[in-house]
Structure formats: structure tokens, C-alpha cells
Design a protein around this ligand. Structure first.
Ligand code: ATP
Ligand code: TZE
Ligand code: MG
Length: 279
């Protein structure tokens, strides 16, 4: 298990590098929150590009340091775009981030998510229900009946209930898994970290999870998957805590949050409360 001070210095280094190098992480993401994803990526110091077409997903893999795939609002063209993009990232050895939003809805989503398994995303980011369902779909923990628990895009499970699924997924991919909630869980399969902070208002605005995935991709362009995920999650928690000090309703909170993402320093991010235990 990694030491806490090593993790914190890794987070400072990752956040400093992102600010210094403006890494590009392209996205294929949902149409509900696409604007929030791009603006969050820019606010943390990265660069964004959103596409829909199959050859353009491959172009973004080649052009960027990492790529983000979010399953939110599938369109027919994604049947080709998503596998080609994931395969290109895997072949190029570039980190890619998967947000299995809406897992359990419809047959195309299930087929695409099942098909991603060999392409091993460096980071899987989801809410508790999504992480439990993905581990079941990939036959890693639980079983495929876990798919039926997903009711839509919001969680119906606790972060604690998704711990085993998250660890199993990380051991399979060799990367990192983040489960979002009041306290966020991040694991690489040997260490389990809990990052606290943020605000309940983050659950009252759509896209905090989606944009966190996009920010994790920006960090993955500059750091190993576990450090990148921890940095992204801590960045969200520190910005969420600060935004809640000035805004008390969803719309103004979202605006304040993007400002606080932009303002948070590498030390602020590394000093956000973090607890670790063995997986
Ligand atoms: N009650 C809470 N207290 C603190 N932070 C929270 C709370 N609920 C959610 N968050 C934060 O909001 C962010 C997104 O988590 P959430 O679980 O809402 O994702 P999600 O359901 O995938 O979101 P979406 O699908 O709307 O993008 C994470 O950074 C998480 O820490
Ligand atoms: C509300 C919603 N529906 C599909 S994707 C999305 C954004 C949050 O996941
Ligand atoms: Mg989500």
C-alpha cells in the first residue's frame, strides 16, 4: 500500500503539470452535460474537444494525452464510434476514462459496455450503482443481474456497497476506479482512498459526475491512473466545499464551482481531506 505523503506529493505534481502543460483530453460524451464537461476541463488547466464521429474519436486519441468516453445519451453512430475509439486508445497505450452512465438502459448500451472489457479503461468513474452494475456485467464481482438495479442515471446504492466491485474492476483493468458520493472512494485495487468535502448541492445539478470524468481524463494525460483519479476527485471536493460557502442553490453553485476549480492551487488540492486503507 502506498504512503499518504507519497500520494499527496503525487497530487501536487499532477496538478502542477496540468496547469503548466494544458493537456488535451478529447471526449465523446452526452449531450446533457457536454458544456459542463468542457468548461470543467478548461478550468482545471486542460484543453477540451468533443466529437461524435468514428474517425474523429480515433483522431482525438492520436492528438490528445487521454480520452474520455461517457455513455450518457447514445446515438446510432456511437455503435461504431465508441468501440473504435476505445480500441485505438488501447492499441496506442493511451489512457482512457469510462463513465458507464445509464448502464442497464437498453440493449445497445449493454452491448457496447460488454465490448469495452478487453480495452481496459485506465479509469472507470461512476456512481455506486453504475460501478456495481459494470463489475457484474464484466463477470468480476456479483453477477449480470446487478444490471437491473440501475434505475436511470442517479445512484440507488451507497459508496460502501460498491467497494468490492470497485476493487475488482481496478484489479482487472490495472488502473483506477472512482465511486462518487458524499465521500468519494478511489482505488487501484491495492489501496482504497476516501476523499471528503464537496456539497450536497453537487447532487442537485446534473453533470458533476460527467465533468469529473472529463477532468480525470485531463489528469490522466499527466499522471498515473490512481494519482490522476485522486487529484481529480480532490480537486472537485475542495472546489465544492468552497463554492458552497458562497452559493446556496443549484444554479449559482454551479457557477461558483467552476470558478473554484480554476482558483484551487496544487497545494489546496493535495491538502483536501484524504484517508487510505488496504483494499
Ligand atoms: N452529498 C454529497 N456531498 C458531497 N459531495 C457530493 C455529494 N453528492 C455528490 N457529490 C459529489 O458530486 C460529484 C459527482 O458525484 P455524483 O455521485 O453526483 O455523480 P453522478 O451521479 O455520476 O453525476 P452525473 O451523472 O449527474 O454527472 C462527485 O465529485 C461527488 O463527490
Ligand atoms: C440526465 C442525464 N441523462 C443522460 S446522461 C445525463 C447526465 C447525467 O448523467
Ligand atoms: Mg453519472
Amino acid at each position: 500500500m502506498i504512503e499518504m505523503n507519497q500520494l499527496q506529493s503525487g497530487i501536487v505534481e499532477a496538478a502542477s503539470k496540468v496547469r503548466a502543460s494544458n493537456p488535451m483530453a478529447g471526449s465523446i460524451t452526452n449531450s446533457v452535460t457536454i458544456d459542463f464537461v468542457a468548461n470543467a476541463q478548461l478550468a482545471v488547466g486542460g484543453s477540451a474537444a468533443m466529437v461524435y464521429l468514428p474517425d474523429e474519436g480515433e483522431c482525438l486519441v492520436a492528438a490528445g494525452g487521454a480520452v474520455y468516453i461517457n455513455m450518457g445519451t447514445l446515438l446510432p453512430v456511437y455503435e461504431e464510434t465508441l468501440p473504435r475509439t476505445a480500441a485505438a486508445a488501447h492499441a496506442a497505450g493511451k489512457p482512457w476514462v469510462l463513465d458507464p452512465v445509464g448502464i442497464g438502459i437498453g440493449s445497445l448500451r449493454t452491448k457496447l459496455l460488454r465490448g469495452f472489457k478487453p480495452y481496459k479503461p485506465a479509469i472507470v468513474r461512476g456512481n455506486a450503482s453504475e460501478i456495481i452494475a459494470l463489475a457484474g456485467l464484466w463477470d468480476l464481482e456479483g453477477d449480470a443481474s446487478e444490471l437491473s438495479r440501475a434505475r436511470g442515471v442517479d445512484t440507488t446504492d451507497t459508496v460502501a456497497a460498491a467497494r468490492d466491485a470497485a476493487v475488482a474492476l481496478a484489479r482487472y483493468t490495472g488502473g483506477a476506479v472512482a465511486v462518487s458520493g458524499e465521500s468519494d472512494l478511489v482505488t487501484d485495487g491495492s489501496t482504497v482512498a476516501y476523499s471528503t468535502g464537496g456539497s450536497a448541492l453537487m447532487g442537485k445539478v446534473t453533470g458533476f459526475g460527467c465533468s469529473l470524468g472529463g477532468v480525470a481524463a485531463v489528469y490522466a494525460a499527466q499522471a498515473d491512473p490512481f494519482t490522476a483519479t485522486l487529484a481529480a476527485v480532490a480537486h472537485y471536493n475542495v472546489a465544492g466545499t468552497r463554492a458552497a460557502a458562497t452559493a446556496d442553490a443549484p444554479a449559482s453553485f454551479k457557477v461558483a464551482f467552476i470558478d473554484e476549480l480554476y482558483r484551487a492551487t496544487p497545494d489546496d488540492i493535495a491538502n483536501n481531506p484524504l484517508r487510505i486503507e488496504e483494499a
